[in-house]
Design a protein around this ligand. Structure first.
Ligand code: AMP
Ligand code: MG
Length: 327
């Protein structure tokens, strides 16, 4: 068995090409948070305090949403045995949004996927394919309707159920980091949370940002670029975390109907949106729904666009995206 999940490559999913013409060089900081490399680059302010404050927002929310850190809100919900748990207002808000996306996608996006995520254990040093019996057992616990949020209290009505915010938390955190920067007068910045990018405002020379999209077929290179301003650009792809057994690849985006990694002809989905919370959840959801249902879903939503890349290397998008494929 060969362990191949490419943990440290996550941050290369989207490569930013700012090419900034400012007189003052941008200031930047990278930290290892959210199980990935989080990078913040500020172009129109040179305050280290704002840079550090922005990273503090990320650290604080990571401490609430981590499923493994004892005492985090998610840890307490998952270990409450079905009892109501008082959580931070931001945790309650994020879970509420997760449930909205579950409803919108008929359960393709489902944070109660956690027992399956634990079972597949893509972070393990020695990953293995679970037995059908184990998958059936974990699947019986997956149902977002077992999550109740009233005010800031969360209850899992199935005491054995648990939640995993891995498909939406980075987007939510990117939105809160953006809010912090705007409140502190910074309007031109790139937030990169392991490939989950928020391109704030415009470059200081007034031009839009150029964001490189990683090729799902050769993760060291870009397949093309998107030109955007003030947009979240989030990509979901199987290459972010996976292992191989007997030549077959098993990746981390799981089908809540079957309990297995999704296989539907999609190689990656990139969502462009104003709110990264929605972009993150929809990128995971569209990856589960597949090219045709995913496209229909995005077309039904205002101000949200998507770029789909299929296993057969077709690239198509909704809306009028400024995408240039590399030759
Ligand atoms: P992303 O990289 O944003 O597509 O999120 C993938 C992560 O979301 C996985 O590593 C799991 O933690 C979680 N996840 C996997 N499958 C699902 C699903 N069907 N619905 C919600 N979250 C999921
Ligand atoms: Mg996601």
């Amino acid at each position: 068995m060969k362990r191949l999940y490419c943990f440290f490559l996550i941050c290369l999913t989207v490569l930013c090409l700012p090419g900034c013409a400012s007189m003052n060089p941008p200031i930047s900081r990278q930290d290892f948070l959210l199980d990935t490399i989080v990078s913040v680059t500020l172009y129109d302010t040179h305050s280290q305090d704002i840079l550090n404050g922005c990273m503090d927002v990320c650290r604080e929310l990571d401490a609430l949403f981590s499923p493994t850190k004892e005492g985090s809100d998610v840890y307490r919900i998952n270990h409450a045995g079905g009892r109501p748990v008082a959580v931070d207002a931001r945790t309650a808000e994020l879970i509420r949004k997760s449930l909205e996306v579950s409803q919108l996608t008929s359960g393709a996006f489902d944070i109660t996927i956690a027992p399956l995520v634990d079972l597949w254990d893509f972070k393990s040093q020695f990953p293995r394919v679970p037995s059908q019996h184990q998958i059936d057992e974990a699947l019986s616990l997956v149902d977002y309707r077992a999550v109740q949020v009233e005010g800031n209290t969360v209850t899992l009505t199935n005491p054995k159920a648990s939640i995993d915010l891995g498909g939406i938390a980075k987007g939510y955190i990117a939105d809160r980091m953006r809010d912090y920067l705007l409140e502190n007068g910074c309007q031109s910045a790139i937030l990169d949370l392991g490939g989950n990018v928020y391109a704030m405002g415009k470059r200081t020379d007034g031009n839009n940002w150029t964001i490189g999209i990683r090729s799902p077929f050769d993760t060291q290179s870009q397949i093309g670029t998107l030109t955007v301003s003030d947009r979240s650009v989030v990509t979901s792809g199987p290459y972010e975390r996976y292992f191989e057994v007997d030549g077959k690849r098993y990746h981390h985006i799981l089908d809540p109907d079957t309990g297995y990694p999704v296989e539907n002809g999609l190689a990656s989905v990139t969502i462009l949106s104003d709110q990264s919370t929605m972009g993150d959840a929809l990128s995971t959801a569209c990856f589960v729904l597949g090219p045709s249902e995913g496209e229909q879903l995005i077309q039904s939503l205002d101000q949200i666009d998507a770029l789909f890349i299929t296993d057969s290397r077709d690239i198509f998008s909704t809306g009028d995206l400024d995408f240039h494929k590399n030759s």
